[in-house]
Design a protein around this ligand. Structure first.
Ligand SMILES: Cc1ncc(COP(=O)(O)O)c(C=O)c1O
Length: 375
């Protein structure tokens, strides 16, 4: 008798224990190797992971740091962004992107995003002043920005690009991976990221040898390999234990990305006829982009009612950044007139998107949405 697929009764937004269970034995073995040696700070597993990550991304160097926010702050400082400078970035991002600019000593200048929710190059160009030093494109939701346009603008105005690739690991634009376009890029391994560890973690990727050396100093108290303090630095090292976990997870990463892309394909097939919804670009729609679907961010005209219906049906949904793009966070004083981003934030939210989702659960989500629209 054929096995019957389990019938879902609810689909939470994320399930950390399931994601751990997928590689439980390998992860525990890797952690035990570190624990048994008592080797916790700047040890072999960290270097191994840095080499694997750099190879995977196609960057010359990857340097593990404590989290994605530090990765961006350190990257900005290393490229020379500081007091008196402005850095242009999209308002549709986590507050951490703007915070990294602030803690590098510069001023964040927030701009609009386009229909794919990524920074709008025309808005970047319009925001350039004599103080602009850098552009920070955010590779949001697992999609790399159209980097050609941004690179042209940066070249024309003599600006440096520092990529916020916290949500972009594995995504590609014209065959090149996020993290290889700018002078430097910051990644996050926060547990819910496409490559997540069991706590905070991050990395900077960089091509230039001298910059890489400077970033290594900045993450470790300004200390060189001989143990001498040669500059001011931070304490921002990726834990060896987390690096060991990340090496295991990186081995399974391509398969996980494929699964995310399958789920995105199913969402698109099952929802694309609903006029009230705007879906993200599909995985097969555009030869320039290879998206990894860190998130599946949709827009709905009837968002509040739809989310309420999904809650009743047991489907977990989330609005990124607790519903506020950075320019709407009054306490930060970065108010700006960004009507397109405001409109997106009246409409956008995330459907469940992670490797713990079974096919019948994807169908459960889309059936619940179709039920709401009476289709
Ligand atoms: C777009 C973006 N930038 C920066 C960060 C900051 O990363 P972290 O939480 O590891 O500091 C995150 C993650 O939360 C993010 O999603």
């Amino acid at each position: 008798m054929a096995m019957q697929a389990p019938i879902s009764t609810s689909v939470p937004f994320f399930r950390y224990p399931h994601v751990f269970a997928q590689q439980r034995d390998d992860i525990l073995a890797a952690m035990l190797r570190v624990l048994d040696r008592g080797a916790f700070i700047l040890q072999g597993e960290l270097t191994e992971f840095e080499v694997q990550l750099a190879e995977y991304i196609g960057a010359r160097h990857a340097i593990g740091v404590a989290n994605g926010t530090d990765a961006l702050t350190i990257a900005l400082r290393a490229v020379g962004v500081g007091a008196g400078d402005e850095v242009i970035l999209p308002s549709h991002t986590y507050v951490a992107s703007a915070a990294s600019v602030h803690f590098a000593g510069a001023v964040p200048v927030l701009v609009e995003c386009g229909p794919d929710h990524l920074i709008d190059p025309a808005a970047v160009e319009a925001a350039i002043t004599s103080r602009t030093r850098a552009i920070m494109p955010v590779q949001l939701n697992g999609r790399t920005c159209a980097m050609d346009d941004l690179q042209r603008i940066a070249d024309r105005h003599g600006l440096v690009i520092v990529e916020d690739a916290a949500q972009g690991l594995g995504s590609r634009y014209k065959g090149r991976q996020a993290g290889t376009f700018g002078a430097a890029a910051g990644f996050s391994f926060y547990p819910a990221k496409v490559l997540g560890c069991f706590g905070d973690g991050g990395a900077v990727t960089v091509g230039d040898e001298d910059l890489a050396a400077r970033i290594r100093l900045l993450r470790d108290h300004g200390r060189n390999e001989a143990g001498e303090m040669v500059t001011w630095g931070l304490n921002s090292r990726l834990d060896t234990l987390q690096a060991a976990v990340l090496s295991v997870k990186l081995r399974a990463f391509d398969g996980e990305v494929e699964r995310r892309r399958q789920i995105a394909r199913s969402y698109r097939e099952r929802l694309q006829d609903l006029e009230d919804l705007t879906l993200p670009p599909g995985p097969d729609g555009d030869a320039d982009h290879f998206d990894v679907y860190q998130n599946y961010e949709i827009e709905a005209g009837r968002r509040e009612a739809l989310r309420a219906h999904l809650t009743v049906r047991g489907v977990g949904t989330v609005i990124q950044w607790a519903g506020s793009p950075v320019h709407q966070i009054a306490a930060l004083g970065l108010e700006a007139k960004l009507p397109r981003t405001d409109r997106i934030f009246q409409r956008c939210f995330l459907l469940p998107m992670n490797t713990s989702l079974a096919d019948d659960e994807v169908a459960f989500v889309t059936d619940a949405i179709r039920e709401f629209y009476g289709r």
